[in-house]
Design a protein around this ligand. Structure first.
Ligand code: SF4
Ligand code: SF4
Length: 175
């Protein structure tokens, strides 16, 4: 009998906890019916802005998983005027990232000196065949549409040097 009485407070406490939980909204994520609200800068997939890439290979060399594959060839750019000289530039033939190996560390994005790689929050690219996780430059380029715009500068902050350089008026040619 005394044992039954000592059970009552615990039982009441348990019922109170159950009642409290029933009043709370459920935490169930109803994905894929309801898209999750992810932070804008989530590491979903890597986007490539091909026009910025100079095939310098820095990202491929720094990638700890060796999952970036780049091929390029050199092309001659004719001089702008008769007095000028022809230049050589790299043309990107292949830029693949194997997302079955990638560990989403972001090193490639950090080291790219030419702002050619960005995080996109898009994560819906699961595949049934692991080989399809190799994204080529066309596919990596498509992710660029989902890359969020950079945050506004703080009030009074100096303009980024590359933006200031791009906005500088062109120098007039010598007479
Ligand atoms: S995020 Fe890391 S592992 Fe993935 S491609 Fe970039 S450097 Fe390699
Ligand atoms: S993405 Fe950046 S680091 Fe990688 S090859 Fe292109 S320019 Fe170089």
């Amino acid at each position: 009998m005394s044992n039954d009485r000592s059970l009552v407070p615990g039982l009441v406490k348990g019922m109170a906890t159950t009642a409290r939980q029933m009043m709370r909204p459920p935490h169930t994520a109803e994905y894929p019916d309801v898209a999750p609200e992810l932070p804008a800068r989530s590491r979903g997939v890597i986007a490539l802005v091909e026009s910025n890439c100079t095939s310098c290979m820095l990202c491929a060399r720094e990638c700890p998983d060796w999952c970036i594959h780049i091929d390029s060839h050199k092309e001659e750019v004719p001089p702008a005027s008769e007095a000028g000289r022809a230049r050589q530039r790299n043309v990107l033939d292949r830029f693949d990232i194997d997302f079955s190996l990638c560990m989403y560390c972001g090193i490639c994005i950090e080291v790219c000196p030419f702002d050619a790689l960005f995080w996109s929050p898009q994560f819906e690219y699961a595949e049934t065949d692991i080989r399809d996780l190799l994204h080529d430059k066309a596919r990596l380029g498509q992710w660029a549409a989902d890359v969020p715009a950079p945050p506004e500068l703080d009030q009074g902050a100096a303009e980024a040097p590359e933006v200031a350089a791009a906005n500088k008026p062109a120098r007039k040619g010598r007479r």
